[in-house]
Design a protein around this ligand. Structure first.
Ligand SMILES: *Cc1c(COP(=O)(O)O)cnc(C)c1O
Length: 432
């Protein structure tokens, strides 16, 4: 039975909060002016109260509101699929399972937190959300979610993606959101970047600065972030909670869990509910592997220090693995992985040795993606391709060592809007 489905009434009713179980202290975000930990007041201008509460909560389980559960049921629970054809092709004794988040309306896991964030903002009377988007997955997820709850949505989209991925842009507009190319002329910071560097390809750091400036300039608007922060990772744990229930039905449990890593949210989502068992000592051998792009290697090559989440230095200082807030990554197509930093949670878990990280290059990821598409049918997002590459490497290791392990990876989204990136890969390959 290669596909394991849960029924609607098996949808998780709470998120798992790993802050309840960490065996170490997480360094708090700092106010850049005072270098003191930020208080709820510093954040209340940009986030609704409930999300500020969730950001620091130590409660192990946090209820998923009924309205959010109802919206999730449009596409959740998502399937867990055993990649039997890929296993055969790799001639591996390993079992490979993947959780497929491409079934969400916007095509990626980002919808999980978009729905929750739009709901909490709506409940607190917010009228409009401003955000940034890299490749467009987050922008389209938030635009969809804002429409569900009757909020306006304003998206600053990194210029390279805005030009390379017109269909993501149109998707944002189809759901009713407004989208502009970043750096834009709508904000002081955008105008400053454009004056200094008219052909700037943009970056997530720049787009975040613009969305924050937009938020602070209006009283009806709050800001939404698609990754990195604790509350975003929290919402994504619905992925791992479902996967755990699905594997339980088979009497199975993963030896290795893999997710691609940009800001860290889908890796956290698939792995934290299992990592709970490593933290409490019941699964000491569980391995969790983050797969990040070689061209933007924040976990494997970044420094662990306080840094800004954006380029203009408007966010609180976050303790994280970082390549530097002014790092502008090369315009590789895995746009969702082009972020200079990493979630404080995944950074700390990496530093304390609870998770590992690898950094395959873009062509290795595409090679794995094509192999996966030809065996399992789904064409993965270029971001997710990094997780597939790492899962294949682990499965091949199992063959060489003659070990049957259970490998679980998150297929964070489909690549239907990324066919140009595949075309570019094929033409690179034909030339070489
Ligand atoms: C945004 C995105 C990512 C990277 O973000 P994380 O927060 O690290 O999960 C990965 N895959 C897809 C499909 C994305 O849209």
């Amino acid at each position: 039975m290669p596909k394991i489905l849960l029924s609607d009434n098996e949808l998780p009713t709470h998120y798992y909060n790993i802050l309840a179980d960490l065996p170490f202290q997480l360094d708090p975000p700092l106010n850049p002016k005072t270098k003191e930990p930020v208080g709820p007041d510093d954040l209340s201008r940009i986030f609704p109260q409930e999300l500020i509460k969730q950001e620091v909560s130590k409660e192990r389980f946090i209820d998923i509101p009924e309205e959010v559960q109802a919206a999730y049921k449009i596409f959740r629970p998502s399937p867990l699929i055993r990649a039997t054809r890929l296993e055969k092709e790799l001639d591996t004794p390993a079992k490979i399972y993947y959780k497929y988040e491409g079934v969400s309306p916007s095509g990626s896991h980002k919808t999980n937190t978009a729905i929750a964030q739009a709901y909490y903002n709506k409940r607190e009377g917010v009228k409009r959300l401003a955000t940034e988007t890299g490749a467009g997955q987050w922008g389209s997820a938030l635009s969809f979610a804002c429409n569900l709850f009757g909020l306006e949505c304003m998206v600053y989209m990194v210029k390279v993606s805005f030009n390379q991925k017109p269909y993501r842009r149109i998707m944002i507009e189809t759901y009713g959101g407004k989208v502009v190319s970043s750096p834009s002329s709508l904000t002081n910071f955008g105008r400053k970047v454009l004056a200094e560097q008219p052909d700037s390809p943009g970056s997530l750091g720049i787009a975040i600065s613009e969305a924050l400036e937009d938020t602070l300039s209006r009283s009806d608007t709050k800001y939404a972030l698609g990754s990195v922060l604790n509350h975003v990772l929290l919402h994504q744990t619905v992925i791992g909670l479902e996967a755990k229930a699905q594997l339980e039905k088979l009497g199975d449990y993963p030896d290795v869990i893999i997710g691609c890593h940009g800001g860290g949210s889908n890796l956290a989502g698939i792995s934290f509910p299992f990592l709970a068992d490593k933290l409490n000592g019941s699964k000491p051998k569980l391995r969790v592997i983050a797969s990040e792009p070689k061209s933007c290697p924040s976990l494997t090559k970044g420094e662990y220090r306080y840094d800004f989440g954006d380029t203009a230095g408007m966010t609180p200082l976050l303790k994280m693995k970082t390549l530097g807030a002014d790092f502008v990554p090369p315009p590789i197509h895995a746009g969702g992985l082009r972020y200079h930093g990493a979630a404080p949670l995944t950074s700390a878990l990496y530093e304390h040795g609870y998770i590992e990280a690898v950094a395959p290059d873009s062509d290795e990821a595409f090679e794995a993606a094509v192999k996966f598409a030809r065996s399992q049918g789904i064409i993965p997002a270029p971001e997710s391709a990094h997780a597939i590459k790492t899962a294949i490497d682990e499965a091949i290791k199992c063959r060489k060592e003659g070990k049957s392990k259970t490998i679980l990876f998150n297929l964070s989204g489909h690549g239907h809007f990324d066919m140009q990136a595949y075309a570019d890969y094929f033409s690179r390959k034909n030339r070489s």
